[in-house]
Ligand binder design. Structure first.
Ligand SMILES: Cc1ncc(COP(=O)(O)O)c(C=O)c1O
Length: 464
């Protein structure tokens, strides 16, 4: 079965550079799985054959070079192969006792990640399923700190007797951080956005004023390193300075933006992250390891343990040498994600990953230049990182009609499938925001972004 899976996957990946992101028979292929639970079972060979035949056609080619939707990384060869071995070994990476390999590799890999991102070695770090659970981990540690400042162990006693927790951020806050705040009982709506414009840029004076109004009561500030629409950054060092002067914790959501620190050219955008209290990033985005993987870093690892440790007479106690990573994050049983993180860092090193990030930054600038050179495209924000925010704006179409035209064009681009990215709303305008983060992506791949937008846009504009 493994040999057959390897054969099918190898053939698929060998052809992926030429495959459309969305094939022509997706719905039909997906429908092939609609059947009743087999009573006796059809056998492993048949199950795998259905996956390889219909399943591959029902998938998007998100492992390939032209999936620019959301922020979607690929899998480096070393990471992908190591991830297969994680499944073959089927380790439960919750403790040293259940998996010495998983524990040791998580300790090594999280140490390497701190080094890669320029974070102090004394910080805690745990692998999670993604940035949302990493946000949950960082903000869960923040919640523990905030309640302790009020004299309450919130993880033991709950919220009784505590006031609402003040949470402040810019207009760049991501839906994932809001989801994490909701899951933590801090409230999605209980977030004050200090924004100075429609794009959501931070109003530092408003943040300072709001913190001062709290008169020293503890608070939580969420800073955003890499905003999804245009890849912009909050001024993290300034936010930390004002937050720390006013008794506030700073959590940085750097799901993809933290990788600016892996580059030479964009590192300054994420300056000051090392002075924050918790920071997160994704592995399945810009590290190019398979889904699912994220990382949470917390200055004081004891807060992570206080919030997330689990104990029972049959459960082993972790030590520094033989850690139980389940004590530092939300899951108990855990996939051995460290294998793929360790393998990609071991295989390509700091230089390999830096080279990939720099290449993606150059590709994004190339898209930005193509947009600026086209008379019917409008760049809506400077290209700072790996996201390009623009819209179709042919001469002669009134401003009031552009949102609808771009929305329809977005649907046409997804259906066309040569390149894949959706629409957003940026500063009140419907816009595109392709993001480059797959190691396979080339100049020819990104050149299709403007070409396809203009071609499909012209056809739509002509049919209006
Ligand atoms: C800034 C930011 N934070 C958090 C997330 C959530 O990441 P995940 O889907 O890995 O949970 C994303 C995903 O796009 C993101 O861009």
């Amino acid at each position: 079965m493994l040999a057959e899976a390897a054969r099918a996957a190898t053939a698929y990946l060998a052809a992926i550079d030429g495959r459309p992101v969305l094939g022509g028979r997706v719905a039909e292929a997906a429908a092939a799985f609609d059947e009743a639970l087999p009573e006796k079972g059809d056998g492993s060979a048949e199950a795998l054959a259905l996956l390889a035949e219909e399943g591959f056609d029902a998938a998007t080619a998100s492992a390939g070079p032209r999936f620019f939707h959301f922020v979607t990384g690929g899998s480096t060869p070393a990471a992908l192969a190591a991830d297969w071995l994680a499944s073959a070994l089927d380790q439960n990476s919750f403790s040293w006792v259940s998996s010495p390999l998983g524990s040791r590799l998580e300790k090594v890999a999280t140490g390497w990640l701190k080094d890669l991102f320029g974070l102090p070695p004394s910080w805690g770090c745990v692998l999670t399923t993604g940035a949302t659970m990493a946000n949950f981990t960082g903000l869960g540690s923040a919640r523990r700190w905030w309640a302790a400042e009020h004299g309450v162990d919130v993880d033991l006693k709950g919220f009784a007797g505590l006031p609402p927790a003040p949470v402040l951020t810019s207009g760049y806050v991501h839906a994932s951080a809001l989801k994490a705040l909701g899951m933590l009982g801090l409230g999605r709506d209980n977030v004050r956005r200090c924004a100075r414009d429609a794009a959501g840029r931070l109003d530092l004076d408003a943040l300072t004023g709001a913190l001062k109004e709290l008169k020293g009561a503890p608070a939580i500030v969420v800073a955003n390193a890499g905003e999804v629409n245009a890849g912009d950054f909050d001024p993290i060092a300034e936010m930390v300075e004002v937050a720390h002067a006013n008794h506030a914790w700073v959590h940085v959501d750097g799901a993809f933006g933290l990788f600016a620190r892996v580059s030479n050219s964009a590192a300054a955008l994420a300056a000051g992250v090392e002075t924050a209290d918790s920071v997160i990033a994704d592995g399945h985005k810009w590290l190019n390891v398979p889904y699912d993987c994220g990382f949470a870093f917390v200055r004081d690892p004891e807060l992570m343990r206080g919030a997330f440790s689990l104990a029972g007479p049959y459960l082993p106690q972790g030590t520094d040498e033989r850690p139980s990573f389940a004590d530092y994050g939300p899951e108990a049983s855990r996939r051995a994600r460290a294998l793929s993180v360790w393998a990609t860092l071991k295989a390509y090193g700091r230089e390999g990953h830096r080279e990939m990030v720099e290449r993606h930054l150059a590709l994004a600038r190339r898209v930005g230049a193509a947009v600026e050179a086209a008379p019917d495209l409008e760049l809506l924000a400077p290209v700072q990182l790996n996201v390009v925010c623009y819209r179709y704006r042919p001469p002669g179409v009134a401003e009031g009609e552009l949102d609808e035209l771009n929305r329809r064009l977005g649907a046409a681009i997804l259906e066309d499938g040569r390149v894949y990215f959706g629409t957003t709303v940026y500063a009140g305008k419907v816009a595109f925001r392709p993001a480059v983060s797959n190691w396979r992506t080339t100049e020819a791949d990104v050149d299709l972004i403007a070409t396809v937008t203009r071609e499909l846009g012209a056809a739509l504009a002509a049919s209006r």
